[in-house]
Design a protein around this ligand. Sequence first.
Ligand code: FAD
Length: 157
Amino acid sequence: MYDCIIVGAGPAGGTAAYHLAKRGRSVLILEKDSLPRYKPCGGGVSPQVAEWFDFDFSPAISLKANTLRFTWKMGDPVESKLDDIEPIWMVRRDVFDHFLVQQAQKQGAELRDSTEVSGIEFKVDHWQVNTASGPVAGRYLIAADGAKGPNGQMVRL
Ligand SMILES: Cc1cc2nc3c(=O)[nH]c(=O)nc-3n(C[C@H](O)[C@H](O)[C@H](O)COP(=O)(O)OP(=O)(O)OC[C@H]3O[C@@H](n4cnc5c(N)ncnc54)[C@H](O)[C@@H]3O)c2cc1C
């Protein structure tokens, strides 16, 4: 029985796993893809994210951008310099998301990737989370399976 099962190893799941594990909770992350997994994304991350963590994100940042360039159909460019604020982090999501999960693992969180959640059942005092490799149980459940993930809908049922 885990204190918390987290479905999805994106930034939401990795963040929840990190903070819960750091506070001594037993945490299991279930991710359907194999990590590191590709994610289509612009890759722009606000540097304010650093305030929520106590570790250095440098290994997961590809570059820091201090100029934004807006175009219309690749023409008519408008450039904006970020002079008074910190540069924006540019990340590759396979690297960034996996890095976050690895920090959670260092705090004791367990990861099972290539493990798709197929169903959720509430059993009086815990959640049973069903996967192809069998059910797992947790006192709390965090559905962090993204905008297209099915778990938010499953919880409502
Ligand atoms: C084209 C595009 C560009 C974007 N650009 C930016 C940007 O530049 N900057 C920015 O901040 N945001 C950007 N976003 C938004 C950003 O990608 C999301 O806000 C972010 O990924 C949400 O994180 P999450 O952890 O909630 O979900 P996700 O990152 O979607 O993670 C959910 C995880 O759950 C897993 N999962 C799903 N179903 C199951 C299941 N049944 N069982 C187990 N695991 C499951 C998925 O494989 C995935 O790894 C962009 C999005 C798109 C589509």
